[in-house]
Design a protein around this ligand. Structure first.
Ligand SMILES: C[S@@+](CC[C@H](N)C(=O)[O-])C[C@H]1O[C@@H](n2cnc3c(N)ncnc32)[C@H](O)[C@@H]1O
Length: 227
């Protein structure tokens, strides 16, 4: 497991080398994409979330995409560099951006998201679930809370050096552990398996999603909620 110190240095260096001004068209596409994913994720739950926390928010594009569906959003990231850029980029949004270790946040939220969050880039399911339990126990309001984790995989169990690609049985094991120890239900949302991922968002979206569906690595979301 990589230490917080290591992750902080790693991401500070990475973010220092990115020209964020060049990212605006990429950002626009990502915002549209995540709003679409959000509609697919929330189709069944029909919840109105009020207070949202985004763990490891990075530049805040996905935090901003979700902000449209909630009253209040907070993005937290270890990197001071990226948080100062996020504050500037999404100045008008009302999102609170904080440079801090997510483990130090002690407030409760009714929606927590974590998209590509480094602490869930973990092969060992016991360590992975331990991290998830921390946020369920400390930060998620139990009665109506929802926790959404976003990642990608080809189910190969490879990629330990960069992004670990969980296997089907590891994901099932994760679900079993969470459901056996809490009242939450765990569902997996694979956007490429849903018709709504392709239709109603224009021809560019359709072509891009068909292309992605043909590739091995798939985006997916783990939704932890109690109904
Ligand atoms: C792969 S990036 C994802 C960024 C963003 N969520 C996205 O999808 O574009 C992982 C982020 O997690 C942050 N991170 C890692 N460990 C963290 C921690 N303990 N507390 C807060 N942020 C953390 C890193 O600084 C980095 O910005």
């Amino acid at each position: 497991m990589k230490s917080i110190e290591y992750l902080k240095n790693f991401y500070e260096e990475k973010y220092n080398s990115i020209d964020f001004d060049q990212l605006s068209s990429h950002n626009k596409r990502e915002i549209q994409l995540y709003r679409k994913y959000w509609k697919l994720i929330c189709k069944k739950t029909k919840r109105n979330h009020i207070n949202h926390l985004d763990l490891g928010c990075g530049i805040g594009t996905k935090t901003y995409a979700i902000k449209q569906f909630v009253l209040k959003s907070t993005g937290v990231d270890l990197s001071e560099v990226v948080i100062s850029k996020a504050k500037r980029m999404f100045e008008e949004s009302g999102i609170i951006f904080k440079a801090d270790d997510a483990f130090k946040i002690d407030l409760e939220y009714d929606l927590i998201t974590a998209f590509g969050f480094s602490l869930f880039n973990e092969k060992d399911i016991d360590i992975y679930t331990k991290h998830v339990f921390h946020f369920l126990d400390v930060n998620l309001s139990e009665d109506k809370g929802m926790f959404v984790l976003g990642s990608f995989t080809d189910f190969s169990g490879k990629g330990e050096e960069s992004w670990y690609l969980h296997t089907k049985s590891e994901l099932e094991c994760f679900k079993k552990i969470i459901e056996a120890s809490t009242n939450y239900k765990v569902t997996f949302v694979f956007p490429h398996r849903k018709i709504g991922n392709y239709i109603g968002f224009g021809i560019y979206n359709f072509m891009a999603e068909v292309y992605k569906a043909l590739k091995k690595r798939k985006n997916y979301f783990i939704v932890i909620s109690n109904g």
